[in-house]
Design a binder for this molecule. Sequence first.
Ligand code: PXL
Length: 288
Amino acid sequence: MKRIVSIQDISCVGKCSLTVALPIISSMGVEAAVLPTAVLSTHTAISGFTFHDLTEEIPLIASHWKERKYSFDAIYSGYLGSFEQLRLCSEFIEAFRFSGTDSDGLPKRSCVFVDPVLGDHGKFYAGFTPEFAREMGKYCGNADVIVPNMTEAAYLLETDYVPDGAYDEKFVQDILRGLCSLGTKNAVLTGVSFEPEKVGFMGLNAESGTFFSYFTERIPNVFHGTGDIFASTAVGALMNDFSLEESLKIAADYTLECIRESIRDPFSRDYGVNFETAIPWLIRRIGK
Ligand code: PXL
């Protein structure tokens, strides 16, 4: 069984980060190890949240795992809360990413998947700054895949945020080239929308220079935590041997299913979407 380590916070209530990554990755038949970076009572969009930093635990956990010779098929990081955590995560990637052959002599290498969580709708999440975004940009240079939204891409590239409807395909291609110049092998921009009824992603493979894109129905509203659902599903699908493009399509389709589930439920929460009741759909989609 493949194993992913997910490095991000536990927001105890909030349907984001680890409380989303764990069930999604497990339900896709992949072992989900966690490196929790902080414990918050809720995510930072809910006022009054508590925050307990776990930075000091990161090197201790990593050194125990080294001793045990654990390895990971994917290293997936999401919300990271400090400069020190970015530094420790870079070290972690350096120490745990492998590239070699498996017992059948087939090439085997770990995938470094980075969701550079910084903000949304043209604004930083609480506590983030342009200096932190610059460091996050450097950290993205470690990645095989990064999945920023339009807001995060603007912060990473230190450009102005341009809202939906005010950009064209050429603009998005330029952003993707800029993101690849951070050093990642693939850049994927989420929440791309050229027409009001559709939303999706556009990506660029740095090596081949190939662009790819995919769009689904847009349900107008603000839904929290969908970036974490998208990222967790995409890594889970990669670990099920789908290509990057197919994995991202599965992730986009599943995210839409989760939003549909929320809309159908009169008691859905406003802090996150109903990804739980869409899990059977996901399992069918990947043929498990
Ligand atoms: O969904 C991204 C996310 C993850 N973790 C925490 C957050 C957010 C977004 O607000 O606050 C703690």
